[in-house]
Design a binder for this molecule. Sequence first.
Ligand SMILES: *Cc1c(COP(=O)(O)O)cnc(C)c1O
Length: 395
Amino acid sequence: MTEVFKGSFTQQDPIPAEGIAAATAVMQHGRLHRYNEAAGETAEAALLEQEFAAYVGAEYALAVASGGYAICTALRAVGVKHGDPVLTNAFTLAPVPGAIAAVGGTPVYVEVTPDLVIDLDDLAAKADQAKVLLLSHMRGHICDMDRLMQICDAAGITVVEDCAHTMGATWKGVQSGRHGAVGCYSTQTYKHINSGEGGFLVTDDAELMARAVMLSGSYMLYGKHRAGPGPEVYEEIRYETPNISGRMDNLRAAVLRPQIPLLAGRIAGWNARHNVVRDVLHGLNGVYLPQAPEAAVRVGSSFQFLMRGWATERIEALMAACAKRGVDLKWFGAAEPKAFTSRYDSWRYAPVPKLPKTDAILAGLIDMRLPLTFSLEDCDLIGRILRDEITKAQS
Ligand SMILES: *Cc1c(COP(=O)(O)O)cnc(C)c1O
């Protein structure tokens, strides 16, 4: 019998009942804007920032309208100006080079390794080309953060971390997003906590955060922030920083707050699902499974593998065969960008360099979501279907 999987790769868990109740309360009182507080009240957005700062162990946190907005704001706050080059990994998603372009910068792409992290040798070679690195922990793969920070510190490069796929992940016990000057996160539906749209940026740098708060559209109400610096830090910054509205509202904040304590359990759930698929595919001929360094604790909310050296037609046939059996794969090697999947040579508003190592990796890179609505049995079935079709495709 040919087994077929019937689940949806895009179905998330519902919002916890507590979040629904809190969101309903916000709608009932009507004070959705984060600075609209009744006497004696602290807005949901301000409380959320305090709770998220505590979760990642940061001095300051700012909640904003999206992950992409958090990255743009971080780039502006660290001083990226029109025409500035910004280093970034070539394997990432469109909002990353998009954020660089939004502030008038130019992405300078760094190669990736078969373990899907930034190539640190290539980074070292390009370290004199920019003063800022936007490091995308794409699909949750974490590079050797000690060596990355050594390279960047030695070259005077400010690091902005894109943690859209690493909220809750750690390097040597330190939260992802806490190694560079700023960490940026997304709370969009497909990430680790879900408010439809939303994001955070975190830092320990008071001036940087004051600029970010002003940029996010705080008018002169920055005093209402509970996870921001004191008023003295804003003395000059409040006159010098433009308002580029992108605030978080209390409705989304209410939906998010009860999800922060759930993160640890969700991460365990994702990693268990990820490991089931990994164990089924382990050692399979023709497949490379990216390896994580010992010091990294990933969040396995998606699964990647490399079909190294496979011809286009063979990969296309494999994807079609898997789709027929209900297993929805994405491929970074397709000639045309599709849905969420595009690559550096699709982003033609910026210079497209020659990156032979990255090209060879993306050509065989398969990507799959693993939502928590899948059971471990579902993941085992998905793994068996993949193993079966990969074996067939090579016979
Ligand atoms: C989703 C995502 C972002 C941006 O998040 P949005 O909240 O959708 O703006 C940034 N980087 C990566 C790698 C992402 O996947």
